[in-house]
Design a protein around this ligand. Structure first.
Ligand SMILES: [Zn+2]
Ligand SMILES: [Zn+2]
Length: 151
């Protein structure tokens, strides 16, 4: 979704909701993750005293596999993000690094939300903190059964 911000930049006090879903088709190109359902984006963009702020929450459900026992399960994640949005910069001032730049007064909201989300998602996935994993000799799930291989 392209978020058009010209009126927000021009109007102090103006606020707009940013609530929509990124479809699973649009998420297909994200390598390493399988999304079980559309990703929900819910927030708002506001011009307060000339400062434009984008605040939103991203909620997703991933189809994952435990790194230790390989059991498939679903994992929910919800994160909050806040960005100060500035119009297109005409200088390459390094101080603006943490800002979100609105090229042509608009923001690609999918790209912003997915970039933010990918920085937060865990790289190590366990079905539970104390998962015992699989026996590397017989392959049995040590959470559910015991074997004699290591005795
Ligand atoms: Zn596990
Ligand atoms: Zn075993």
């Amino acid at each position: 979704m392209i978020l058009k911000l010209r009126d927000i930049f021009q109007t102090e006090g103006l606020k707009k909701p940013v609530s929509y879903e990124i479809t699973t088709e649009e998420l297909e190109s994200i390598h390493g993750y399988t999304f079980a359902q559309p990703v929900k984006v819910d927030g708002e963009v506001e011009n307060r005293a000339g400062i434009v702020t984008l605040r939103y929450k991203v909620a997703c459900v991933l189809d994952v596999e435990c790194d230790r026992c390989l059991k498939p399960f679903k994992q929910e994640h919800t994160y909050d993000f806040t960005h100060t949005v500035v119009p297109t910069l005409h200088s390459d001032n390094r101080a603006y690094d943490s800002y979100l730049v609105a090229e042509n007064d608009s923001i690609d909201m999918n790209e912003t939300a997915i970039t933010d989300l990918l920085l937060m998602l865990p790289t190590k996935i366990l079905c539970m903190e104390e998962c015992k994993g699989l026996c590397y000799i017989c392959g049995c799930d040590l959470n559910e059964s015991a074997c004699d291989c290591l005795k």
